[in-house]
Design a protein around this ligand. Structure first.
Ligand code: PLP
Length: 441
């Protein structure tokens, strides 16, 4: 066995007799049994990430919580696993909320984010009795109050703020800067009336504030800068209203390895943040608030691989060589959307030298339908199985039916065992909601 993972990673990708194994499963057999394209998620890897969070953060700081941001990969099996591991979840839509509730996820461990929560979504959330609503706009409190009044309910709330820090990542996934559709700006005449209204509301318990500075981050600096601004807000909230915040939510964004990025352990981010908060609280005479984190990508990205069958191969002399696979931007839009870079291997030639630079494209009618640009792979032939790595986050959850492509199946693997957790869409599924009006029949 040759281990393809980095030293700091869990051993889930191995090569035996030239074949890629993933969490103990022969990937060629997975491709044969379940078909391609195929999403494969390693339970061992996901559980190890939760365990790392537990030992490096949750157990060190009693009262803290981790809410898996399920938009990264949201299926009932994943939510059942997250519940079993004792974690909370962060949902951002009625659909995710429904998925969680139908998967018997404990409602009090659900937190609801989103910049434009619909009245119907808030109704569901309040009716289910979820743990937290993270208010994102000046109008949202009144909406929540109206629903709580009608249903005689109370709900715990935080405000999401934009701390105005610049994170070093792709522009589309920066979220903590001031010019953002997310959160409330920290201008005094916006944030303080909002906080005051929540403190005095008979329908909500105001706990504190939330921020999320961006995604795929490798530096603690933006987190520390954001924490500084919210600690200042905490102090001013006490001075103005005599109210102490009891909870701070740091969001997610912890970076992962797609190619050669060096992933930081959770405590690289969380230890300095906690120390800063603890020092502030001691200095200013506050009880230490509960810290909540919302990791998404860092829980599932590296736990996933995608398997494809290679079809047509076009070598354009002096230009580039295109390998076409049976999936594409419909199952992984991240390269098309923000030039995300991936690595992979040919699963049936996993120990062959990577001697060619090729561009792996999908079968959609878009020139931008690229999965990997200038990837280094061994010489490929039609019928070979391509495995792309670190595809567990924002792949399946961003999948679309463009070109009427059925969304691939998802398989959960663990130490050589595999279970189908999402069936492949059929052609019938593609038209199951469509209607031909009588006059066209
Ligand atoms: C997307 C998001 C997360 C998760 O971000 P990752 O980069 O996947 O860890 C957490 N919190 C909020 C509010 C988000 O929007």
């Amino acid at each position: 066995m040759v281990n393809l993972d980095r030293e700091d990673s869990f051993v889930i990708k191995e090569v035996k007799d030239g074949i890629l194994y993933f969490d103990g499963c022969n990937t060629l057999e997975l491709a044969k049994q379940y078909g391609t394209p195929l999403y494969v998620l390693s339970e061992t890897d996901i559980v190890s990430r939760f365990a790392a969070l537990r030992t490096s953060f949750l157990e060190k700081w009693p009262g803290s919580r981790a809410a898996y941001a399920c938009k990264a990969f949201c299926t009932p099996a994943m939510l059942a696993l997250t519940a079993r591991e004792g974690m909370c979840i962060d949902v951002v839509s009625g659909g995710e909320l429904y998925t969680a509730i139908s998967s018997r996820f404990p409602p009090e461990r659900i937190e609801f984010n989103g910049n434009n929560k619909l009245p119907s979504e808030l109704e569901l959330a309040i009716q289910y009795g979820i743990g937290r609503i993270i208010i994102d706009s000046p109008q949202e409190l009144a909406l929540i109050e109206k629903i709580c009044a009608a249903r005689k309910k109370r709900v715990k709330v935080l405000y999401r703020v934009t701390p105005g820090v610049q994170a070093d990542t792709h522009d589309y996934i920066i979220t903590g800067k001031k010019d953002s559709k997310f959160g409330l700006p920290m201008d005094d005449d916006i944030i303080f009336p909002s906080i005051e209204a929540a403190i005095h509301s008979p329908y909500v318990d105001f706990l504190g504030v939330h921020f999320h500075v961006g995604s795929q981050l490798f530096e603690v600096r933006p987190y520390l800068e954001a924490v500084d601004t919210v600690l200042d807000l905490m102090k001013q909230t006490r001075e103005r209203f005599g109210c102490d915040m009891t909870e701070l939510n740091l969001g997610g964004g912890f970076g992962v390895t797609y190619t050669d990025e060096v992933r930081q352990p959770f405590d690289y981010f969380l230890a300095p943040v906690m120390e800063k908060i603890a020092a502030f609280c001691q200095r200013e005479g506050f009880e230490r608030p509960a810290l909540v984190v919302e990791p998404g990508r860092s829980i599932v990205a590296e736990a996933g691989i995608n398997l494809y069958t290679i079809g047509s191969i076009k070598d354009i002399p002096g230009v580039r060589k295109y390998l076409s696979v049976d999936g594409g931007m419909t199952d992984n839009i991240r390269h098309a959307l923000y030039q995300a870079v991936y690595t992979g291997v040919i699963a049936n030639k996993a120990d062959a030298p990577a001697e060619e630079a090729v561009t792996v494209c999908g079968k959609c009618c878009e020139s931008g339908d690229i999965l990997m640009r200038d990837a280094k792979l061994p010489k490929a032939e039609p019928g070979d199985i391509l495995a792309m790595f670190s595809t567990g986050a924002y792949g399946f959850s961003m999948a679309s039916n463009y070109n009427s492509s059925p969304i691939p199946a998802v398989v959960l693997v663990k130490e050589g065992q595999s279970d189908l957790i999402v069936r492949r869409q059929s052609y019938e599924d593609l038209i199951s909601n469509a209607i031909i009006p009588q006059r066209l029949k």
